[in-house]
Write a protein that binds this ligand. Sequence first.
Ligand code: PBE
Length: 270
Amino acid sequence: EASSNYAEEMDYTITGIDGGAGIMQSAEQAIEDYDNLDDWTLQSSSEAAMITEMEEAIENEEPIVVTGWDPHWKFAAHDLKYLDDPELSFGEPEDIDTLVREGLQDDAPEAYEILDNFEWTADDMAEIMYDIVVEDIDEFEAAQSWIDDNEDVINSWTEGVDEVDGETFEIIHGPWDSDLSAVSMMSIVLEDQGYDVDLNSVEANYMYTAVADDDADAMIQAWLPHTHGAYYEDVEDDVENLGHNMEGEAALGLVVPEYMDIDSIEDLQE
Ligand code: PBE
């Protein structure tokens, strides 16, 4: 059978990303939840390194299992599929929330209102991400061209909001392409409003503590309730959640190339 050597060929390894990512905790959970994964290990690296390994495997039509998520450009660039996850180790499709520091409404009511109004779709985000990574366009250029094409959407966030005069505003984000696309877009929107926006990238858990400790004004990539659930729980009382900016479209799991003839995490060999 074609699939019989997959596990050995992959050295019983799931190719992951940076250790702080929520999806890595979910993948460790999957190794616990599925008996057939007892002998498997999760390899951590970075999103870029994972993608390189995945693209090398695809080039050679070799098997590979990676930690994968949506929105993400990889599904537009390659034929990939999620493995079924009957144990829900990776949770159900989830939301992406906007979190701000306490007191922001008083200190920066204009930014607060825009962030409160902010909502978009997985397609919107994937479009910017694709331009940045696949088309190799500068992130702010890619974000600007999405903004130019979506004036109505932007107006629905900014309508009636006063301009400000060069106040600084700090957005904290994680080290992934999804975050980069979203914060590049929001930084342009806030700069157009008159803010001087700083973007800072940190490991996942520090996004949450930064907003809770007032070291950052906002984060716009809280993947909840599952992926960042543990990080969120720790700071829930010390941040303000402005609700979903994307609803029910964030999905996570183990992802393989279409040519692998398995469909479920349960099909990975012991
Ligand atoms: N991700 C992208 C992140 C959230 C956004 C799925 C890699 C994570 O796992 O924490």
